[in-house]
Design a protein around this ligand. Structure first.
Ligand code: GLC
Length: 544
């Protein structure tokens, strides 16, 4: 099958596209430093082209002290030396472009690093022109302005005695929040985005973008009062160039809000990246660390709602994984005996829906979680959690169980290229341990095996471009209460598709709707079609 190359200047090209997320630190090292780099990505473009993806969401590569692995940016217009140079970036954009692959730069418009020039100036005095680029409240240092907590632990306020003021940060102390109420700050950000557009990027992934319009005095961080005004301005000033795609990370979005964020007229963003489905296996009222089993009927209802409520009125991304989430095959599949089957089932279930799929590096191989000891974890979120929860009296074993199940380092272990030393990721010492299972789970082995998870993803991506029903079909959920089977149809006037997935390791009953009795199988993870579904079986049927 020849690859369909989408014209990135065509409006809405991203609706038929597949995106691939790269966490550069863990993708491919070319210097022996133990950390991935831009030249490493360049060296793997052929692999990505083979997979058939259309765009790369490149996690932050801008200059950064790396407190939060690059999500603390100290210069939005420069490349961090651990990753290479601006010249490397330009070559990457050009070479990816030749293969029909666009690059999305990941920007943290909500905050900067405390090492950013703006913040260092802001610290100098209250009347420094950059002071108001951040959010300050007066005080004597004894009690913070309120009890808001930062996402990575501790208070959301840090005191600067020299100024007699607290600054606001939703994440680490080293990630001060930017003050979007200041029009000069907004102008700087749009100019910076245009700088990247001039370099030829295909668009942007916008980090925690629904948190930019905050009102900390009223404890509002997500979906603040001026959010849509800011989105519309941002779209006008920095996105309206033909075809620039914007993916907005929005933890607080519901379908109603998402419709505005991703309105088809392009007045705000191209699509939302929301997390409702991926938060269903936590205790209600708890955090992601408070583990609970997944209820399949709830998961189905969640997808149904998003699929139907955004139909024709907005656009969603489709994902199970990213650099902040544990590996899906370990989470909702089976990372033992049925690893391959369950990885393919999960991909089928997701890619059959409407939206733009995001494949996170290694997901296309069925990569799994890793089991580490506390000292081996690198992520500040997990380390802070262990400190905070054990101080509060939690059992350390329970905290470790949560970290092993949900910690972000699960996703961040080096990409598994070969069965060789360090999985072919580096000739040095990897910054985070390589998963031992690279001996049998690696790209080289999967490329050589036509039945691998890799080739399954490749076929799914190609099918999505070949059949318009993936992009346009209306979604109908079948058997909503069934505790094992996730099945749905997608229909246009011209074509009909049935996606049926056994979301369990036991056999499951499913009676095929009459209309699909003689339908064509587009893809399946088992041969033959017996009456019952085998463990983790998945199949897409099609008729016109
Ligand atoms: C987003 C990123 C995450 C980061 C946080 C703060 O959620 O995906 O990795 O730590 O924002 O920038």
């Amino acid at each position: 099958m020849t690859k369909v190359i989408l014209d990135k200047h065509k409006r809405d090209w991203w609706k038929s596209a597949a995106f691939y997320e790269i966490y550069p630190k863990s993708f491919q090292d070319t210097t022996g430093s133990g950390t991935g780099d831009l030249k490493g990505i360049l060296s793997r473009l052929d692999y990505l082209e083979k997979l058939g993806i259309d765009a790369i969401w490149l996690c932050p590569v801008c200059a950064s002290p790396q407190v939060d692995n690059g999500y603390d940016i100290s210069d939005f217009r420069d490349i961090d030396p651990i990753y290479g140079t601006m010249a490397d970036m330009e070559v990457l954009i050009a070479e990816a472009g030749k293969r029909g692959i666009g690059i999305l730069v990941d920007l943290t418009l909500n905050h900067s690093s405390s090492e950013h020039f703006w913040f260092r100036e802001a610290l100098k005095s209250r009347d420094n022109p950059y002071h108001d680029y951040y959010i300050w409240r007066d005080g004597d240092g004894s009690v913070p302005p309120n009890d808001m907590r930062a996402a990575f632990g501790g208070s959301a306020w840090t005191y600067v005695p020299e100024l007699g003021q607290w600054y606001f940060h939703q994440f680490a102390v080293e990630q001060p929040d930017l003050n979007w109420d200041n029009p000069r700050l907004r102008r700087e950000l749009y100019d910076m985005m245009n700088f990247w557009a001039d370099k030829g990027v295909a668009g942007f992934r916008l980090d925690v973008i629904d948190q930019i319009a905050k009102d900390p005095d009223r404890k509002i961080t997500a979906n603040g009062p001026r959010l849509h005004e800011f989105f519309r301005e941002l779209s006008r000033e920095a996105l309206s160039r033909e075809g620039l795609v914007s993916v907005g990370e929005a933890w607080g979005a519901d379908p109603e809000r998402a419709r505005l964020y991703s309105a088809p007229d392009g007045s705000e963003l191209s699509m939302v990246f929301q997390f409702e489905h991926i938060c269903l296996d936590q205790q209600s009222g708890g955090e992601k660390w408070d583990l609970a089993p997944l209820s399949l009927p709830r998961l189905k209802e969640c997808f149904r709602r998003w699929q139907q409520e955004l139909y024709g009125t907005g656009w969603n991304s489709l994902f199970f994984n990213n650099h902040d989430l544990p590996r899906i095959v370990s989470r909702w599949g089976d990372d033992g005996v049925y690893r391959t089957q369950s990885a393919k089932m999960l991909a089928t279930m997701l890619h059959g829906m409407q939206g733009t799929p995001f494949i996170y590096q290694g997901e296309e191989l069925g990569m799994t979680n890793i089991r580490l000891e506390l000292e081996q974890y690198q992520d500040l979120e997990s380390l802070n959690l262990f400190r905070e929860r054990t101080a509060q009296g939690y059992d350390p074993q329970d905290v470790m169980r949560s970290i092993r199940a949900r910690g972000r380092d699960n996703a961040r272990t080096p990409m598994q290229w070969t069965a060789g030393e360090n999985a072919g990721f580096t000739t040095g010492t990897p910054w985070l341990p390589v998963n031992e299972n690279h001996r049998f789970l690696n790209a080289e082995a999967e490329l050589a095996d036509p039945d691998s998870v890799f080739h399954y993803y490749r076929r799914l991506i190609a099918l999505r471009k070949q059949y318009d029903v993936f992009r346009d079909g209306r979604f109908t959920l079948l058997c909503p209460e069934d505790p094992q089977v996730f099945a749905y149809t997608r229909d246009t006037d011209a074509a009909h598709m049935l996606v049926v997935c056994n979301f369990s390791g036991a056999e499951a009953a499913f009676s095929l709707p009459e209309a699909f009795r003689h339908a064509e199988t587009l893809i399946a993870n088992y041969p033959g079609e017996p009456d019952t579904l085998r463990p983790w079986e998945a199949r897409i049927l099609y008729h016109e």
